[in-house]
Design a protein around this ligand. Structure first.
Ligand code: HEM
Length: 530
């Protein structure tokens, strides 16, 4: 876990308060122990008096520790206890689907994310505890972003993907900026109905500030403020943790991203000029309920919080996935060549036939591009961007294969371990999209990776939307460009090394690649299309 904030927080006041709370908690735990079933906890490293496994789980890549312990204890379910908090890590798809999917009703809570509340993400679905408000916000998302309902957003995704590739025709080395602008504009249009035409839009700065504040908040639920929420009220002068200071300093950015686009969209809605968006749909439903005297289940505050959640959960996560795909394209030229052949054949591009009249890719082409689809899956397996997903919390004590999962446990799904499981994937360290070809077609028929969008009742409600954006951008880009490795000063290609940064929502570590124009006629078509 990320206990990166530990040393600066140790002021005498905090130490005394923390020691007293720990003692109370310890006595309380002793009292409750007699009520537990006699089943053993899942295996895991032995803890120490009072602090348990504090310090045993690394801040940077805890998923690696859980994988190591999985091997050491020969178990796909690992238990650690930190400052009295039970934590259960699920290292296999079998354990995660049984516990988080099938028994989802018991694992749908979240721990309290006190640090993110301080920032101003109080009414954000991702961080809501189980209860009425969670159910309401979850239903707002689920209704809007089902596999079929997200089709309504396709024109936005198509337009933004084409625009991004046209921008790249001017400045092909600005692939990071162009893809960030695209994913930000898509999510802004879908959330608020506000278009971001270029980087000079004030929304870009607001989005960047909110994203930076949020991603630098560390791994959600793991700061000392999360483990000991009363510390959030410590005044600045007794040196609260850097994390708390960061959260307090972030409030303005988070408030702005909720208020400013909301106010602009409200004007458009009232003027009758607002395009379809998440905000418009739910705001108009609320107004309609008020007008017709129907029972009102949500408030304007709920809609504002949920709209902010669409932005924060759906913008950078999609951008990171796009970047990850670019990295693996550059790294695997042979795989890319076969995808390009497939795209050309579907779009009617023929080098031998000058009379061929190719066209630009659309959403309807997706079922005919299975190589691209398998590639998207293999990228997710090879570099899970959220290796431990976001912690779920159990409501009641449970039993799994003779092991006890205490009530109130934090449950982590280790997607990195799942993706590397040799029982599921042959040579898991090799990048091989063909591993998913079905046995009927002569392949191995390995399962698509499971867990990159989470599990159970907290599973990402934006997964269909996100993958539609990633698909549309890649199909459009590859119809025009090839993604290559950069050649280093020694004349050799610089091979990108896949790695993930830490924080809320992982991001691929910096890498290099370059775009080579391969089809000028398609580029011309693209320019004419927007
Ligand atoms: C490729 C892009 C994306 C990735 C990799 C991703 C991944 C995830 C993951 C791992 C979770 C946690 C699931 C769990 O706890 O079991 C999550 C939750 C969530 N995601 Fe996404 N997501 C993406 C895009 C989106 C988009 C586009 C939206 C908005 C429409 C969105 C909205 C949410 C929300 C609101 C939650 C919280 C759900 C809850 O707590 O009930 N995500 N996402």
């Amino acid at each position: 876990m990320a206990f990166d904030n530990l040393p600066p927080l140790i002021s005498p006041t905090v130490l005394v308060t923390a020691a007293a709370s720990l003692l109370l908690y310890f006595l309380f735990s002793l009292l409750r122990r007699s009520q537990h079933s006699a089943l053993p906890l899942p295996p895991g490293p032995p803890g120490r008096f009072l602090v348990g496994n504090l310090g045993d789980v690394s801040a940077d890549h805890p998923e690696e520790d859980y994988m190591r312990w999985g091997k050491e204890y020969n178990s796909d379910v690992i238990h650690v206890k930190v400052l009295g908090q039970h934590m259960i890590c699920l290292n296999s798809v079998a354990a995660a689907t049984e516990i988080l999917d099938r028994r989802g009703a018991n694992y749908c809570d979240r721990p309290r994310f006190a640090l993110f509340e301080v920032m101003g993400w109080g009414l954000t679905l991702t961080f809501l505890r189980w209860g009425q408000q969670f159910k309401l916000h979850r239903s707002l998302f689920q209704k809007t972003f089902t596999a079929s309902n997200v089709k309504v957003f396709r024109p936005i995704q198509l337009h933004e993907a084409r625009k991004a590739v046209v921008d790249l025709l001017e400045q092909p080395d600005k692939w990071e900026e162009a893809t960030l602008l695209m994913t930000t504009s898509i999510i802004f249009r879908i959330a608020f109905g506000q278009e971001i035409t270029d980087v000079s839009s004030p929304y870009c700065e607001m989005a960047a500030a909110a994203n930076e504040a949020t991603t630098n908040g560390g791994i959600a639920g793991t700061s000392l403020i999360d483990l000991f929420p009363p510390a959030r009220f410590l005044p600045d002068w007794i040196n609260p943790s850097p994390a708390l200071r960061h959260a307090r300093n972030s409030r303005k950015a988070i408030q702005t991203i909720h208020d400013v686009p909301w106010a602009a969209s409200l004007k458009d809605i009232e003027a009758g000029t607002a395009p379809p968006s998440f905000m418009r749909t739910h705001y108009e439903r609320l107004q309609e309920s008020i007008r017709s005297g129907k029972p009102i289940e949500m408030t304007e505050r709920d809609i504002k919080g949920a709209t902010g959640a669409v932005f924060i959960a759906g913008g950078n996560s999609t951008w990171s996935t796009v970047l990850s795909n670019l990295m693996f394209l550059a790294k695997n030229p042979a795989v890319q060549k076969r995808i390009l052949e497939e795209i050309d054949s579907v779009l009617g591009v023929s080098a031998d036939d000058p009379s061929s009249t190719p066209r630009l890719p659309t959403f309807e082409d997706r079922p005919n591009l299975p190589r691209l689809d398998r590639f998207l899956q293999e990228v997710q397996r090879s570099l899970p961007l959220n290796p431990l997903v976001i912690p779920h919390k159990s409501l009641k004590e449970d039993e799994y294969r003779g092991m006890r999962i205490p009530a109130g446990s934090l449950v982590l799904a280790n997607t990195k371990a799942m993706a590397a499981d040799p029982h599921v994937y042959q040579d898991p360290h090799i990048f091989d999209p063909d591993r998913y070809i079905s046995t009927d077609e002569g392949g191995r028929g390995e399962s698509f990776p499971n867990g990159n969008f989470g599990f159970g009742r907290r599973k990402c409600p934006g997964n269909f939307l996100a993958m539609a954006t990633v698909y549309m951008f890649l199909a459009t880009l590859l119809s025009v460009y090839e993604v290559e490795m950069v050649i280093g000063p020694d004349g050799k290609p610089i091979e990108p090394q896949p790695a993930v940064t830490i924080g809320l929502g992982g991001h691929p570590a910096p890498f290099q690649c370059q775009l080579r124009l391969r089809n000028p006629a398609m580029a011309q078509l693209l320019k004419e299309s927007i």
